[in-house]
Design a protein around this ligand. Sequence first.
Ligand code: MYA
Ligand code: JJ1
Length: 359
Amino acid sequence: ANQLVKDDSSLETIDLGDVSLAEGPIEPPTPLSEVKQEPYNLPTQYEWTTCDLDSEDTCTEVYNLLKNNYVEDDENMFRFNYSKEFLRWALHPPGYFRSWHIGVRAKTNKKLVAFITGVPARIRVRDEIVKMAEINFLCVHKKLRSKRLAPVMIKEVTRRVHLENIWQAAYTAGVVLPTPITTCQYWHRSLNPKKLIDVGFSRLGARMTMSRTIKLYKLPDSPATPGFRKMELRDVPAVTRLLRNYLSQFVVAPDFDENDVEHWLLPEEKWWTTYSILKAAYSYYNVSTKTPLLQLMNDALIVAKQKDFDVFNALDVMQNESFLKELKFGPGDGQLHYYLYNYRMRNALKPSELGLVLL
Ligand code: MYA
Ligand code: JJ1
């Protein structure tokens, strides 16, 4: 089963999981001349804007909209707080389209009230490489919720993606929509347990004291693996080979070339200048050949701790289950559902069959 945007702008389930249907695109592309040339209509008080993240002022507006209105946990205790540098990096990968960074403004005061983005990606599904848009940062201001702005924004980003002759998309959400290709569990590894407990991110376990908890999560001061170091520009060709080879075992994974690896994997620390009260490091793509993955990930925890992160988050994708429990990660209260737009999978995947991590 999969989904498409219907004319009444809601996401529709297309087939009912008929396992006999072939895997692949559901609706064929239409000629570009048949793609609607004008933007969809918004309620009259609002207007479309294309957001130039290179503009400091626009970037600040997007940053503030997301800081105050983006994704929260189920008890509304925490909200993602992506820095401006992080947003610029996330939205400017090789070949990005500015027209896919879509805002909505109130006509009266020009205030930015909603946002949605796409970036281009090549995603491999089994042995097919499919050009897709990765859709992210869908956000409607808290005061404008439940007015069905989101479906219009989804239709508009779909139209603009179609204008670039791209007909598929990948996205993740914390909510269940039709129809996930897989559902992943968040896991968290405490690095600064006292702070996490103080702010309500985690709780003191049964029969645990604070000092026993601190001791439980203690890490060595420095990594164990000889030669463990930060990736540099000169490593891009080798990392690309290593990663492409590793990702080839998963059913759904990005098809990264050297340009993509330079953009997505080369470390960039400037956006760690964080305003948030919690610094969370995220597991991205982990590949090990000689070094045991467990040891490599423990070294990653050590470095995250050295760099003053409070928690290290991971999903149960790829081979992550092989280290989560042993390295004292615990399951979080959140799940992440993965979706493809206009692409039918013949069955749902196990998280371990998924080789894709979105921001
Ligand atoms: S996931 C992150 C989403 N953002 C947040 O959770 C931030 C906080 N929440 C909000 O800002 C609002 O609540 C949002 C909804 C904006 C989420 N994905 O306007 P409404 C459906 C898709 O009255 P609001 C991310 O960024 C809902 O089922 N649909 O509601 C990936 C209902 O539809 P239906 C969602 O609460 C986004 C309709 O919206 C989501 O004011 C991928 C109600 O609209 C959601 N996360 O606004 C988007 N949440 O009646 C799809 C609710 O049908 C991309 N809804 O049940 C599809 C591919 C497009 C490109 C295709 C290219 C070929
Ligand atoms: O971060 C998350 N949960 C935390 C905080 C819970 C606060 C109360 N609701 C959590 N903490 C427990 C940590 C503990 C540490 C010691 C070991 C045991 C565990 O569980 C959750 C993920 O678990 N995050 C969210 O709910 C945020 C939304 C997730 C969906 C994201 C959608 C993104 C879409 C982008 O495209």
